[in-house]
Ligand binder design. Sequence first.
Ligand code: BDR
Ligand code: CA
Length: 328
Amino acid sequence: MDRKRKVILDVDTGSDDAVAIMTAILSGELDVLGITTVHGNLPLPYTTDNTLRVVEMLGADVPVYAGCPFPLVQDLLPGRRLNAGEVHEDHVIDGKVVAVHEKALPLPAPTIKAQKEHAVSWMLRTLKESEEKITLIPVGAMTNIATVLRMDPSVKEHIEEIICMGGGVNIHNRAFRSETNFYNDPEAAKIMVCSGVKVTIVGLDATHSSWFGYEEVEKLRALHTKAADFAAEMLYHRIYAANLTGARKEPKSALHDVLAVCAAIDPTVLQDVRHETCDVDIGGGIADGQLMTSMRYCHSQPKLPTYVAYKGDGDKLFSMMCSYLARG
Ligand code: BDR
Ligand code: CA
């Protein structure tokens, strides 16, 4: 029997992160060594607490480690976020803030706790001590991953691949030119992308081409499991909140992070994957945090093992999600 791929999920839970965590654990297809948390959708105490809520709901024996609370250097430069034309998606209705990611996921407060060790030291130790290479799946700001790579570059030999949800070539969702996860720590995203480790970038081009609507909400509900119900609730809320804030016209929402998880199980869920020279803008201007890919002939022989997914197979993604979430 094939060995399961060893993975570490790095999350900023978060509505779509919650669906990604449930899918990874319930799939039974991945050996989830642990889940590390990072700042991003919400401040770190909330992303950690939300992650624990999801893990406890599943009754899963997967350790959670809290990681970095802030970007590496982004906020040392006053005005940097204004320069990038940052957009917040919160909206006030009847005096209540409606956000795509609520501070506390609608699950019971956790009784389980995060481990004492810091996520970065645990990740570094686990990678270095493992006989088998490990795949990292970061779906929040890339701060933990970049810190591990900076602390000990020899760790690269222990990484099978990094499958990250982040960036967008033609689609952006946070600032004028950037996607949220890369924008939340541009320097960290650049360190990761330029590290020389194989990086598969599951960006907004892929996740928005495999987004879901109210029809999928109903299909998830019809599975009648706790996990599927919760995924339906997350999807419903994301469609509602995104439409309310005017983020988009269509009643659809991408469940971004789950596409990266499913790509670790079955890479064919990604389509139009191109080996391209990539970088991330850290200029502190209008393109801060933008994933850059070069179309120029002189860059046409990619120097880095960076692969950008431009499409997701929505049907395959949804059927994978359904088959896994039906188990929980
Ligand atoms: C990414 O940003 C976060 O808000 C989501 O959880 C997802 O990881 C989408 O741009
Ligand atoms: Ca996320």
